[in-house]
Design a protein around this ligand. Sequence first.
Ligand SMILES: Cc1cc2nc3c(=O)[nH]c(=O)nc-3n(C[C@H](O)[C@H](O)[C@H](O)COP(=O)(O)OP(=O)(O)OC[C@H]3O[C@@H](n4cnc5c(N)ncnc54)[C@H](O)[C@@H]3O)c2cc1C
Length: 563
Amino acid sequence: MPVYNRRYLIPFRATLLPQIFTDVLVVGGGVAGLRAALEAGQGETDVIVCAKGTLEQSSTFWAQGGIAAVVDGDDSVEDHVRDTVVAGAGLCDEGVVRRVVEGGREAVAELAAWGMPFDRKTDGDEAGADANAALDGVALGREGGHSHFRVLHSDGDATGKSLAYTLGQRVVESPNIRFFTECFVLDLITTDSEAPRVLGAVTHHPKHGLQVIWASATVLAAGGAGQVYRESTNPAVATGDGVAMAWRAGAALQDLAFVQFHPTTLYIAGASRSLITEAVRGEGAHLIDRDGYRFMPDYDDRAELAPRDVVARSILNQMAKTGHTHVYLDVSPIGTERFVERFPGIAATLQQFEIDPGGSIPVHPSAHYMIGGVRVDEHGRASLPGLWACGEGACSGLHGANRLASNSLLEGLVLGKAVGENVRETVQRNGQPQRVKVVSDIRLSDRSELDLADVRSSLRSVMWRHVGIGRDGDRLKEVEEMFGFWSRYTLDKIFDERLGWEVQNLLTVGTLITRAAQWRGESRGTHTRTDRPEASDEYRVHDVWRRGAASPETVTVDAPVPV
Ligand SMILES: Cc1cc2nc3c(=O)[nH]c(=O)nc-3n(C[C@H](O)[C@H](O)[C@H](O)COP(=O)(O)OP(=O)(O)OC[C@H]3O[C@@H](n4cnc5c(N)ncnc54)[C@H](O)[C@@H]3O)c2cc1C
């Protein structure tokens, strides 16, 4: 068996480690995990949420633009469904889209009732006129691919922060939920059989060391893997741990080739790639090149409000045409006063670099959102019994081949809640967590020391250059082989701290994305193959990957997920 098929990251004997028991273990403290925990923790069910960082360290906390939901009388579920499906380029599971979109209004009304301070209409805003008093007069933004103003936001461009604090506060106040921060989940524990069952996880806490948390139900909500790319909008925690551990445990993964690249992140050498939310374009900003030429109308009738993949590719094209490292977002049509009022967080970032919030902002695309992930059914059940998944690390079929802006917080809320409900019912039926003898016996690697930082940065550079916005089949094959080679001496090591485990997870996820991108011999949604520029009906399927299989199983769009 190749070393990169190792079942666990570290050696351990489960019964000899400190033991914790719970009904439900939720891995991840972002929108999906917190919402699932709140639902699961109703009644008598005990829930533990583990987050490897703090509440603030998640993509959720960083979200700017807002939450898409149909709350305005002029808008409709049909329109939101259509916009989502059009962006998804033939791969959305429409049943899931409808379910999520239909759940939007209730999800945001619930948040408002829980105290989430959604922005209210001021002069110049579109406002929702909703029968629900909690939402009446709420300000609505518009983003690329949306046919209506339907994006609810909070504190201008700090929606994620308000959302995380609103959900986090409720979690802290819930008597049945324990929230373990700084608790790194290394691996899911499974029964050692042909049909493994998930029994919980092995975790590491800087103070308490290794522990086993036995759970009747385990929910993976560990977010995406943006850190696998050199240019990324994602926080440092987004290292694909959930997807990698699901893979090691044997869960089916789906549609991994699809990674969304955000067209506009601040491009200043040495600065982190701060997102300049799509809502800025929604407010009227234009993309211009180094010569001041507004180029988007040349590429798409929807100009700056075309879906993200179209805008990101157009920017790269224009950069190639003009021989420049970036383009500019001309925000002068918005006006400085309005810009600072509507986007206070971005204005503050610009100020740090002495960029005029009424002028031109240097921007460049970056990896932003992982569309593929752990394959789940309508209840969020993964292919292994005892395991559920939700949020960015799951693949529900909502986003198809491309995510519509502001649909992911919505997904985390609606499907997170659905997972929580299903988990609670299942736990009530199935009872106590099972504790079995699980032994991970790994011999120590006799290979030389490894420069982990170098593996990490080389991986991220290669992913950006060859598995990024434009991909070539032959090059993908070479990259996959190269990652196979790197895996031989990186994945056979045993680390005792987070950086090592994260690099191992990044390499696993990078390899899986590359393999799926190589398999998908077409261009569709976020996946652009320069050697296969057209979409092909042959590939209008979900690709489902399992450990041990050299090629994916293909599944018709909208087919029910067997679990
Ligand atoms: C800059 C930025 C702006 C965005 N803006 C928007 C927006 O306006 N609207 C929108 O809809 N979407 C937006 N998105 C996308 C959206 O924020 C994410 O898709 C969504 O928040 C993901 O939620 P999640 O709960 O799945 O994961 P996250 O919010 O990323 O949470 C993941 C959690 O898992 C934990 N975790 C990870 N690995 C481990 C491990 N090994 N052990 C324990 N815990 C672990 C992390 O600590 C974290 O608590 C944005 C994303 C970014 C990066």
